[in-house]
Design a protein around this ligand. Structure first.
Ligand SMILES: Nc1ncnc2c1ncn2[C@@H]1O[C@H](COP(=O)(O)OP(=O)(O)OP(=O)(O)O)[C@@H](O)[C@H]1O
Ligand SMILES: [Mg+2]
Length: 275
């Protein structure tokens, strides 16, 4: 039996104490198999970022157990199994795009299981670390790699941050609303590029989004959450073929999945309002 990439078992997380205590997550259970793309969706305050932080090992759970490839998040971090893409790109402003992504790969050579795919890219590249040039080109940043972050648009900076995270060779990539600040057109093109990278590398991805369409398009599984207390209310497998290019938007089944997720989200809202 293979070890799950992520296993969250009966996890509870409370912030504060007494009457002001906030149950950010209650009895959360989730299993993600290696190489899967899983999205978390739900109203603001339902515990999406909290769940991501617990899996990243940035905070401990109050109760329950979190495992990443069978070990604790702290051990997984120490073994460089986990990568995190924050909501804002946070590139170093004095380094070029190529230097930014290469620096991260150099200081964090990684021990991830996606090594074979990255090594393959290395062979095709310069041999000096994973070929960040190749990854940047795949992300549509071939022309931008010698520029400074300030010379790039927000969407391009976010793409560089995603390449940087993949370049760290994580086994599990955690992304907290990476496209939320972008316009719809840029967002769709970034979805394309993220899907291309993911198709190549098959890193396990746990992705937070507020967009139903984005969740359905990207994911093997959409996890619907509800607030007060923050909890998982539905786990919906998206049985649509890949690659999921823009033609997917013309498919009726894609819109049926969107409707299903939206319906479950609305009932999550209603139960939260009634609470
Ligand atoms: N460090 C903290 N201290 C106190 N309360 C917190 C802390 N972090 C989160 N919370 C509370 O826990 C709940 C869940 O927060 P979380 O950030 O996980 O929600 P979210 O689903 O990511 O929301 P959003 O969609 O707005 O990003 C919220 O009620 C929030 O106020
Ligand atoms: Mg959040």
């Amino acid at each position: 039996m293979t070890t799950s990439a992520v296993r969250v078992d009966a996890v509870r997380k409370v912030y504060g104490s007494g009457p002001s205590a906030m149950v950010a997550l209650d009895d959360a259970r989730l299993t993600i198999e290696p190489g899967k793309f899983v999205s978390l969706i739900g109203p603001s305050g339902c515990g999406k970022s909290t769940l991501l932080r617990l899996v990243a090992g940035l905070e401990p759970a109050d109760r329950g157990d979190v495992r990443v490839h069978g070990v604790t998040p702290a051990q997984a971090c120490a073994a460089k199994l986990i990568g995190l893409v924050p909501q804002t790109p946070a590139l170093l402003p004095w380094l070029t795009v190529l230097q930014n992504v290469s620096l991260a790969a150099r200081v964090n050579p990684g021990a991830g299981r996606r090594r074979a795919a990255i090594d393959d890219l290395e062979e095709r590249g310069t041999g000096a670390g994973p070929d960040m040039r190749e990854l940047l080109r795949m992300a549509g940043l071939g022309e931008a790699m010698d520029k400074l972050p300030a010379q790039l648009s927000g969407g391009m900076q976010q793409r560089a941050a995603i390449v940087r995270a993949f370049g760290l060779r994580p086994d599990v990539l955690l992304m907290d609303e990476p496209f939320s600040a972008l316009d719809e057109f840029t967002r769709e093109s970034l979805q394309d590029q993220l899907l291309d990278l993911w198709d190549e590398l098959r890193t396990t991805v746990l992705f937070v989004t507020h967009s139903v369409s984005e969740a359905v398009r990207m994911s093997d599984t959409v996890v619907v959450m509800a607030p007060r207390p923050g909890r998982i209310v539905d786990v919906i497998d998206i049985d649509l073929p890949r690659p999921r290019n823009q033609r997917l938007f013309e498919e009726q089944r894609f819109h049926e999945y969107e409707d299903l997720v939206r319906t479950r989200l609305h009932s999550a809202w209603r139960t939260a309002d009634a609470a």
